[in-house]
Design a protein around this ligand. Structure first.
Ligand code: ACM
Length: 594
């Protein structure tokens, strides 16, 4: 069983034997249009890999023989929302669900039960082992985010991103559409947003911290037309993914101010940013700004049918508001204490507008600072505290803490990866993330809707770099949000992800094969003279060899098999080997040093 995320109940069923898929197999569906769509999805996947299966109505066939049956039964009490039951028998495969989502996820599981070799070679038939799976997700919110402001990605790539998400049963795409460095969504009423705001004059080359900083001097940009947005929304819906558009306010809005400087607190002129970071010029809370934002959001709501609209709210410096006479008047008139409360006033007005149109507001955790809007959902990114406060106050929260969910961090380490923004979030770290903070009681915990991987693209100029940064971390996150804790297993995930690496290779997807950093942990033992030391590598089927005499380890050195008991100040030199080859560099640890 190489399925990721791990299904919550799966039984190998030897007696059922295996199912043999060949060109005589058919996909049989009921009357439901969602099951027909999912059948077409499965048929098109199989066609790409050499099998041409007919789709037929299950009520109209003579008998069932070697077929795949996809059915949705409403009011199916023993199947959870988004859940499915999949049975692989010798004579047929059946997937049953209570809703269209569940059926689609059942098909994703079936696709992953097919052998890896199917993706790289044409086979006359394939054998699928007998399984009975009864599965449904732990969290309803399973998200991936993509910043298309810092770098712009084509509609084709966005579709590919949605395909990767679908494979791992994610159901929400947070599309970060506006930034200081570029406005990416066509707004008919304000054409300058994309004409002017969609393009910057130059892009930073290398790292932000490089001295001196260098630029490429090339105009860069792009945007999605409303027709393209509609096409992507439909493509996502066909994969049971809802898109949450993000229109940033009041900060990260320099590209919009470049187009319409009258929305700022100072006269400008402004240009879309050519440097990464946070900028002081933000929307000024004047009536004209609210009129503009309501017009923009009206067009956005017409394009995106989902219930949530993300309004950003993060990283909005208050210096312009402090200096602005108008802002100070608004503060006075509305009895606000400070500029943080002014931001809450701003967000509350926008929330009211969204609510009047049947939508709900999500914002980054800064929206807590001056008091939370009545129905707002908080996206907790500066750690988990925002999520905790929101849930304790009875608000919904989505967890995206930097240490676990920021896929712009390094995952193998700067010494063997292309440049990233910083941080180090290994696959194992993502895998070990628990979205519900311990601080919450049962009732509050219900407000944690799920978690999301964030992909900020300052250092991801190409589709291939984005693939590398999300694969395989999004696979680990999918198991965090789908699989119950007692069904998760890091060693088993390592085995399964190794199979997924074969799939990525066969499909030509770029990915990170893991970190060569050895995880070192130590604990003082009760006799006080020795320390219990544990070493671990993330690399599948690799071994760790070590010395304690300062020499370089080789495969002839002692192999690490179980925790070591070492005295303080022992110099432990350890290295990872796979098939006799040293991976990375040896690492030195001094016992009891910390
Ligand atoms: C963020 O990373 N500024 C939400």
């Amino acid at each position: 069983m190489n399925v990721i995320p791990m299904p919550n109940h799966a039984y190998f069923h030897r007696e059922g034997g295996g199912f043999v898929l060949d060109n005589h197999s058919r996909i049989l569906v009921g009357e439901n249009s969602s099951s027909l769509k999912t059948a077409q999805y499965l048929a098109s996947f199989l066609k790409k890999h050499g099998f041409d299966l007919k789709i037929e109505n299950v009520a109209k066939v003579d008998g069932i023989e070697n077929d795949i049956i996809l059915r949705i039964f409403d009011d199916n009490k023993d199947i959870q929302p988004e859940g499915y039951k999949l049975k692989v028998n010798a004579g047929n495969i059946s997937i049953v669900s209570d809703d269209g989502d569940g059926l689609f996820y059942g098909v994703q599981t079936l696709i992953q039960l097919l052998p890896d070799t199917l993706l790289s070679s044409t086979l006359p038939s394939v054998n699928i082992p007998g399984w009975i799976i009864n599965d449904s997700p732990r969290f309803h919110y399973r998200g991936m985010h993509l910043d298309v402001g810092r770098h712009f990605f084509s509609v084709d790539f966005i579709k590919h991103y949605l395909d990767m998400m679908a494979m791992y049963k994610f159901n929400t795409f947070h599309w970060h559409l506006t930034e200081d460095q570029g406005w990416r969504i066509e707004i008919k009423k304000y054409p300058k947003l994309t004409e002017i705001g969609g393009f910057r004059d130059s892009t930073l080359v290398g790292k932000y911290s490089d001295k001196p900083q260098r630029w490429d001097g090339k105009r860069y940009g792009g945007f999605y037309t409303q027709d393209q947005i509609r096409e992507v929304v439909k493509y996502a819906a066909d994969r049971h993914i809802t898109i949450i558009p993000e229109i940033e306010m009041p900060g990260h809005s320099l590209a919009a101010l470049a187009a319409y400087p009258e929305l700022a607190c100072t006269p400008g002129p402004f240009r879309p940013a050519t440097l990464w970071g946070v900028f002081p010029d933000i929307y000024c809370p004047k009536e004209k700004t609210f009129e503009f934002l309501e017009d923009v959001l009206t067009e956005v709501m017409n394009l995106f049918p989902g219930k949530y609209i993300h309004i950003g709210g993060d990283e909005a410096p208050k210096e312009r508001w402090k200096e602005s006479k108008l802002c100070q008047q608004i503060i006075q008139k509305n009895g606000l204490k400070n500029e943080e409360e002014l931001q809450s006033y701003f967000v509350a007005r926008i929330e009211k507008f969204l609510n009047e149109h049947g939508r709900q507001l999500i914002g980054w955790d800064e929206i807590l600072e001056g008091g939370l809007s009545p129905g707002a959902t908080v996206m907790s990114w500066r750690g988990v505290e925002g999520g905790i406060s929101a849930a304790q106050a009875g608000h919904d929260a989505i967890m995206t803490p930097g240490n676990f969910c920021y896929f712009d961090h390094y995952q193998a380490g700067p010494e063997r990866e292309p440049i990233a923004i910083g941080g180090m979030t290994t696959l194992k770290k993502v895998y070990g993330y628990e979205p519900v903070p311990e601080e919450l009681n049962k009732k509050e915990a219900k407000h944690i809707l799920g978690a999301q991987g964030n992909v900020w693209t300052e250092y991801m100029p190409t589709p291939s770099k984005v693939e590398y940064m999300v694969l395989p971390r999004m696979a680990a996150l999918s198991e965090v949000v789908w699989t119950e804790n007692d069904k998760k297993s890091w060693p088993d995930f390592q085995r399964r992800i190794n199979h997924h690496f074969k799939r990525y290779k066969a499909l030509g997807w770029n990915y990170c094969s893991g970190t060569y950093h050895i995880a070192f942990s130590e604990e003082k033992e009760s006799d006080t003279t020795t320390w219990r030391v544990e070493l671990e590598t993330e690399i599948y089927e690799a071994s760790i060899h070590y010395t304690t005499d300062g020499s370089m380890p080789s495969t002839h050195s002692e192999e690490y098999k179980k925790p070591l008991h070492l005295t303080k100040n022992t110099v432990l030199t350890a290295a990872i080997f796979k098939q006799d080859t040293l991976l990375g560099k040896a690492q030195k640890f001094i016992v009891g040093k910390k």
